[in-house]
Design a protein around this ligand. Structure first.
Ligand code: T3D
Length: 265
């Protein structure tokens, strides 16, 4: 069914999807409509058999300021809001679907990320952020704890103390610090955003898609596996990759001293 996107922009070219969160006036905070848009975009991407990557970013001066707080206006006296419902229906499936997508999901944090906006970035496989961006674990400022996978990702990426410090006091972490800490892959000059995104698009569109998928699967599994389990997984995945056309092409290109032409098969 056709879906008209209202709170994101979505495009698909060369097997690479581009999602831009698009509510710049509220720093691209999440609404019910944005969640529906994201679901539709992921439905489209998951159904493709030529998918090679996904790029996620935001419009305007922010990446994403988390839940739109205007959708959380005080209820009439006596009524209570169950915040677990939004997490279960919207945020958890979103994080899980991005993690499960069998291609790299690359996030470009184009400005401030706060609350579940940080969690969204951390659900991606690789994060670039512009120098002017910052990461704010804003939750405790409004009496909540970090959610949408934030308490899983932060300590694993930056260690317990940094995760605790950033999360307890919601002090902004500048992009350059985020790179030093290992929260993100690269902090890039603001003016390089478009060019870097284009070069990542090209790499995703022309790279060894199945090898990327296997790499993503193995690195994600490492969070929970023993060394033995992990090496068994590597062996299974390598066996499968050894049977692909892309492996043959990679070997041939190496022998012929030319760039490989990977088809993703
Ligand atoms: O509720 C549930 O379902 C549970 C799940 C929760 C997940 C969550 O994400 S909870 C956390 C929600 N997010 C926040 O608490 C962050 C709120 N925003 C901020 O703290 C700041 O805006 C920022 C640190 C992100 C950026 O600060 P700054 O000074 O650069 O910008 P600003 O002036 O505060 O914001 C610009 C505009 O965006 C402003 O509107 P205005 O005054 O120009 O009309 C501001 O109200 C609006 N805005 C920013 N964040 C949100 C927002 N509007 C709605 N919801 C927001 N989250």
């Amino acid at each position: 069914m056709e879906h008209t996107y209202q709170h994101i922009r979505f495009s698909y070219e060369d097997g690479v999807g581009h999602i831009m969160l698009n509510r710049p006036d509220t720093l691209n905070s999440f609404t019910e409509i944005m969640h529906a848009d994201l679901r539709a975009a992921l439905d489209f991407l998951e159904a493709r058999n030529d998918l090679r990557g996904l790029i996620l970013t935001g419009t305007g001066r922010g990446f994403c300021a988390g839940q739109d707080l205007s959708e959380r206006k005080p209820l009439p006296p006596g009524e209570k809001r169950d915040l677990s419902l939004g997490l279960k229906h919207h945020y958890e499936p979103l994080v899980k679907r991005l993690k499960a997508l069998p291609v790299p999901v690359v996030c470009f944090v184009n400005g401030v990320a706060a609350g579940a906006g940080v969690s969204l970035a951390l659900a991606c496989d690789l994060i670039y952020a512009v120098q002017s961006a910052r990461f704010v674990q804003a939750f405790t400022r409004i009496g909540l704890l970090p959610d949408a996978g934030a308490t899983y990702a932060w300590p694993r990426l930056v260690g317990w103390q940094r995760a605790m410090g950033a999360s307890l006091f919601a002090e902004p972490v500048p992009a350059a610090t985020a790179e030093q800490w290992g929260l993100i892959w690269r902090c890039i000059p603001d003016e390089d955003l478009d060019a870097t995104m284009q070069s990542v698009h090209t790499r995703l569109a022309s790279g060894a898609t199945l090898a990327y998928a296997a790499t993503k699967q193995a690195l994600n599994a490492a969070a929970d596996n023993t060394l033995g389990e992990q090496m068994a997984l590597e062996s299974d995945l390598q066996k499968a990759l050894g049977l692909t056309s892309d492996y043959l092409e990679g070997m041939q290109a190496f022998a012929e001293k030319r760039a490989p032409r990977f088809t993703g098969h």
